[in-house]
Design a binder for this molecule. Sequence first.
Ligand code: MG
Ligand code: MG
Ligand code: MG
Length: 298
Amino acid sequence: MDEIYVIGHKNPDTDSICSAIVYANLKGYIPVRQGELNKETAFALDYFKVPAPQILESGEGKKLVCVDHNEASQMIENWDNAEIIEVIDHHKINFNYGTPIYFHSEPIGCTGTIIAKQNLEAVKANPVLAGLLLSAILSDTVIFKSPTATEEDKAIATELAKVAGIEDMIAFGIELKTKNADVNGRSIEEIIASDFKDFDFNGKKIGIGQIEVVESAEIESKAKGIIDSLQSLKQSGYEAVFFMATDIMKEGTKLFFVGDPEVVEKAFGVKPENNAIYLPGVMSRKKQIVPNLEKAFG
Ligand code: MG
Ligand code: MG
Ligand code: MG
């Protein structure tokens, strides 16, 4: 029998890695990843003593299950020469495939919640799998503060925390979220690249990066370097490039960008100043940034 690989998106986050590991474990598949672990994910794997999945460089000739993504721009190289057999995701759907496949999508806070729900008994029997999915849910929902978080995410996370032996899941969530928020020792390019996604909006290539911080002053003080870095990214072939500095305590996002300011004003109703706008209450790329930009660039 051919091996089946479970893979998350490019620039993987905790959901992409942990959902791949858990789903692969439940099904007898092989978890793999595209690219380096971020600090938050490394912390979660270390905490539950789970090794990182191997990197898969190319989808050529492979059977794949895609978790936490369904857009071609976020898939592995040569995915079009792979056989995708299943997708499990919670992002907007931009997927067109030549043969019938299993496609499971829900408008909830985390792919990990979907996997936990579908396999609840098996996950509850394994504290490590429960801990990994709990980490994914706390990460993606920003400890349930994100507008993407649902009651179901919270209810499942609460059950998983009990199984995983995490007594205070909010405290564990804060410990997790502060790992990526630490900008010390990282260049601006590294910070932008660590959670960066490509989108195709009506044939236009748009890039959107995000960092979630607990105190935004430090990152905002790097505004000049951020804009320079977005500028050089844009020159590599983007119509526009965005970077969200999201303060998870204040619950708002400073959105830096390089591209047409009129489109940005149209998208958010705020006049940009110095290549940036501030968006109070905005925390989610997929729910509060992507839809506006896709419409404005459409
Ligand atoms: Mg993700
Ligand atoms: Mg996710
Ligand atoms: Mg995310």
